[in-house]
Unconditional design. Structure first.
Ligand code: GDP
Ligand code: MG
Length: 198
């Protein structure tokens, strides 16, 4: 059996730390200077799962177009897993995740949104001025569903990782979780039965 490749997209408001998360995971690097990413692109990294399977993670980052809301079909097409990132110092970045999720489901043309593997990430837990509790992060549910595509079981049941792209805390866990669950799911046809807990 050939090596599996997963296309992973990272979505969320500008400056929540999407590029930093990817750099921390792929290059083990962090830069405090803020540069809007130029041109959407992907970087790959191989992960070995607990049961010894090699998974190549193709991680797509936005080009800073998140400021203009939509990223376009090419960015989303063929996505296996979507990471939704908020900033624990910015409550509005949590509420905006619903918009990102809805846009993703529409643009990526996800046939079965209810079972699509989203992973929620609360970034910047190293800071002292935290404004979003873990509980609040888990409540990404809208008061009223804005579109017919809004997952019914979610967002309450979406896995949530609280991380720091700066210190690296729990960053690898996100991708280990994805590699393990998503690829195991592909084999059993049973989507997302988490065995690595967030
Ligand atoms: P993006 O627009 O979502 O790609 O966000 P960036 O990765 O460019 O990060 C935006 C800003 O937040 C930069 O100044 C980063 O240095 C900073 N940043 C990102 N992650 C963290 C983190 O975990 N902790 C802290 N303290 N700052 C972070
Ligand atoms: Mg960026």
């Amino acid at each position: 059996m050939g090596k599996e490749t997963l296309k992973v997209v990272i979505l969320g408001d500008g400056a929540v730390g999407k590029t930093s998360l990817r750099n921390q995971f792929v290059h083990k690097r962090f830069a405090m200077a803020y540069k809007a990413t130029i041109g959407s692109d992907f970087a790959s990294k191989e992960v070995e799962t607990q049961d010894g399977r090699k998974v190549s993670m193709q991680i797509w980052d936005t080009a800073g177009q998140e400021r203009f809301q939509s990223l376009g079909v090419a960015f989303y097409r063929g996505t296996d897993v979507c990471i939704l990132v908020y900033d624990v110092t910015k409550p509005e970045s949590v509420t905006n995740l619903l918009k990102w999720m809805t846009d993703f489901i529409r643009q990526a043309d996800i046939p079965n949104p209810d079972s699509f593997p989203f992973v929620v990430v609360g970034n910047k837990v190293d800071v002292s001025n935290r404004a979003v509790s873990k509980r609040q992060g888990q409540e990404i549910a809208p008061p009223t569903p804005p579109t017919p595509f809004t997952p019914t079981h979610s967002p309450h049941s979406l896995p949530l990782f609280e991380v720091s792209a700066k210190t690296g805390t729990r960053v690898d866990d996100i991708f280990a979780y994805i590699a393990h669950n998503k690829t195991a799911a592909k084999q059993t046809e049973q989507l997302y039965n988490p065995t690595i807990s967030p």
